[in-house]
Design a binder for this molecule. Structure first.
Ligand code: ATP
Ligand code: MG
Length: 659
């Protein structure tokens, strides 16, 4: 049944598309004027006189922190909860917008007291704590450029990011909790700063787990000592629209991480608009939970800036999905009545592997919209996400033997927003808006560009693809939240993104149109395979594998081959139900399964059953290491290994390939 709310949402989306189609510059200007508070209104929309270095709304002034916090308090919504913090050990905290304003103001004062001024860089190396959000916003408030470094990174990775940005201050914590144990951060900062030659003057330390830490006199200060002493009011400064807001390093799946620079006004416009549109976000009633870490762009755009600029109520969670038990996420959804959940396919596949009995124990009836980001979502995972998580309409019955009979289901399927975007794009680029009814959604496809973005799929020469075969995903026109450069390296920015096709941004991903003109992502072009002249997509073969009941996760690569050009190798993690199936038998079954699903040409030469796959710390599969293994390298590339969450997984795989 279609509700009045759905009809209104669909109408709204159609209007947005129509308005954007008329003139995308006017569209963005109008979205910006309605959704962002400008102190000095802008009169210029886009300056593209020096491509690819865009300037949006350049003569206006605004403040990202004011938009995310102050204006909600000024509008009388100070009592609304901004953040429900859930600690891994089970401690929790509800912080209202008014309280957040006090805290951010104190932190802004504290940073200024430490000598941080507009334009200085501050490195933030924190767990998922309220202080992470507060620190980010305090930087934005005073115009310091934040560089958040994900808390899972090593001392070396942290140091290279501190040096690249020349950070003056590091904000960290003693540590956090991870799977019930202390997970230390401060010792890593100490290691990172052990050798001289860095620019750091102060290290601010949030006390979280109370473990003993070393202290460097004169450099280290407790966050609470410095911040609590400050007044809760802070005189706001307005910043030019193009003032740098943050530097963020890409996750490094395809190469050395790049320090992507985002600026203020355009970024804020697009994250605010897309947080509202993609998720149909209703700040008065929704409880939004984006499970990403603030260390990734998803945390920047869809925890801090986008939802908060809309005045949303959000959940943030410190720990892992399996601590202290594998139902922790679903327990949190139930506890806070989460209405919109935004997560990554890797997490959904892990939950699938653990089995639906776990999620079925909880009442997830509050959920009304689901989002996915980070990788293509395999149709199998998409259906599971919708049916097990999205359509849950009450807790199931737990039997004595531990099995669970699922609770009632919602009859109307919830929408899933599969969002394609990148650190470089700053905000959503492709996603079906909730304007599409459930019947129009296509599992596994991010479908269409958000209003006002000119996405295309082109051939080698940059011409729009005329059929449904594989091409390159590009963006033809500048967009507000686009990266402005790679920090300190304009030439690398030009070379990496703007040199492949004349005048177009090349995203690095392969894609194709379907008959309806919807877009399907097919994996990184570096990963696209060419087998006997046939171009095959890693994503499609992986999806076929994951659709098999034996398979929990799969990664596919093409390895150089003298006769066929490339040969397909698959690396597969089996499901828990697969107990007792011999690896040879599994391999034979799966090869046939791929052949019958896609065609004999797609049949993998070899399928290696493994217990884990090489993943970056953001949970993405690093295919280039698998490709090396498939091509017979006996040793993994050390720089690539350093960006893995668990470098040890490559040993098993290299051994397996030898066998
Ligand atoms: P690096 O650029 O250093 O190699 P990275 O590309 O993994 O790292 P991110 O910016 O975090 O760093 O990821 C963006 C990439 O993630 C996209 O280019 C795309 O390959 C993939 N991606 C993100 N969302 C989706 C999606 N919904 N469908 C398919 N792929 C996606
Ligand atoms: Mg990338």
């Amino acid at each position: 049944m279609v509700t009045t709310h759905e009809i209104a949402t669909q109408q709204r989306a159609q209007e947005l598309y129509a308005q954007a189609d008329k003139n995308h510059l006017d569209y963005w200007a109008s979205r910006s004027r309605t959704e962002v508070h400008w102190d000095t209104p802008f009169t210029e929309i886009l300056d593209w006189s020096n491509p690819p270095f865009a300037r949006w709304f350049a003569d206006g002034t605004t403040n990202a922190c004011y938009n995310a916090v102050d204006r909600h308090v000024a509008a009388g919504n100070g009592d609304r909860v901004a953040l429900y913090f859930e600690g891994e050990p089970g401690d929790s905290q509800a912080v209202t917008y008014a309280e957040l304003l006090d805290r951010v103001s104190q932190t802004a004062n504290a940073l200024e007291a430490l000598g941080v001024t507009k334009g200085d860089r501050v490195a933030i190396y924190l767990p998922m704590l309220v202080e992470a959000v507060v620190s980010i916003l305090a930087c934005a408030r005073i115009g310091a450029v934040h560089s958040v470094v994900f808390g899972g990174f090593s001392a070396e990775a942290l140091r290279s990011r501190i040096d690249d940005a020349e950070a003056k201050v590091v904000i960290t914590a003693d540590g956090s909790y991870r799977r019930g144990k202390p997970n230390m951060l401060k010792p890593i900062v100490d290691d990172a700063l052990a050798n001289n030659g860095h620019t750091v003057e102060h290290v601010l330390v949030v006390q979280r787990n109370g473990e003993d830490i070393n202290w460097v006199q004169g450099r280290d200060r407790w966050f609470h000592d410095v911040v609590d002493a400050q007044p809760t009011t802070h005189e706001l400064v307005w910043h030019e629209a193009e003032h740098p807001l943050f530097i963020l390093y890409t996750s490094g799946t395809t190469g050395t991480p790049k320090g992507i620079l985002h600026t203020t006004g355009g970024y804020l416009t697009q994250v605010t608009a897309t947080a509202r549109d993609t998720f149909d976000l209703q700040p008065e009633t929704d409880v939004f939970w984006c499970t990403a870490d603030v260390g990734w762009v998803t945390g920047h755009s869809y925890i801090v800036y986008g939802p908060m600029s809309n005045g949303a109520t959000q959940v943030i969670y410190e720990g892992t999905p399996d601590a202290p038990h594998r139902g922790r996420w679903w327990e949190i959804v139930e506890k806070y009545g989460v209405t919109i959940l935004y997560t990554a396919p890797t997490a959904i596949r892990a939950a699938m592997k653990w089995g639906r009995d776990i999620a079925d124990r909880y009442d997830l009836s509050s959920l009304r919209l689901l989002g996915s980001v980070g990788e293509a979502i395999n149709p199998e995972a998409w259906y599971w996400y919708r049916e097990v998580i999205g359509q849950n309409n009450g807790a199931g019955t737990v039997h004595e033997d531990g099995t669970v009979t699922p609770g009632p289901r919602q009859t109307d399927p919830v929408a899933i927003a599969d969002t394609w975007w990148q650190t470089e794009t700053g905000a959503h680029i492709l996603t079906p808006l909730p304007a599409l009814t459930a019947e129009q959604l296509k599992p596994g496809s991010a479908q269409r560009a958000v209003p006002g973005i000119a996405v295309d799929v082109v051939d080698e020469e940059g011409n729009t693809m005329q059929d449904t075969s594989q091409g390159f995903l590009v963006i033809r026109e500048p967009w507000p939240a686009m990266a402005r450069t790679i920090w300190g390296d304009n030439q690398r920015f030009v070379d990496t993104y703007w040199s492949r096709f004349d005048g177009m941004y090349f995203a690095g991903d392969g894609a194709r149109f379907d008959e309806d003109g919807d877009i399907w992502l097919l994996g990184r072009v570096d990963d696209v395979m060419n087998v006997s002249g046939h171009r095959l997509s890693t994503t499609e073969i992986e999806s076929a594998l994951v659709a098999h009941p034996l398979v929990a996760e799969a990664a596919v690569v093409g390895a150089a081959d003298e006769t066929t050009g490339q040969a397909i190798y698959a690396f597969v993690i089996l499901t828990e139900e697969s107990d007792g199936v011999a690896p040879d038998e599994a391999e034979a079954n799966l090869r046939e399964h791929v052949a019958s699903h896609i065609g004999p040409i797609a049949k993998p030469r070899r399928i290696l059953i493994t217990s884990d796959l090489p993943k970056t710390r953001s949970g993405k599969i690093m295919r280039r290491l698998l490709k090396d293994a498939a091509e017979g390298k006996t040793q993994a590339d050390t720089t690539a290994l350093a960006t893995l969450a668990d470098p040890a997984v490559m040993e098993e795989i290299l051994n397996g390939m030898r066998g």
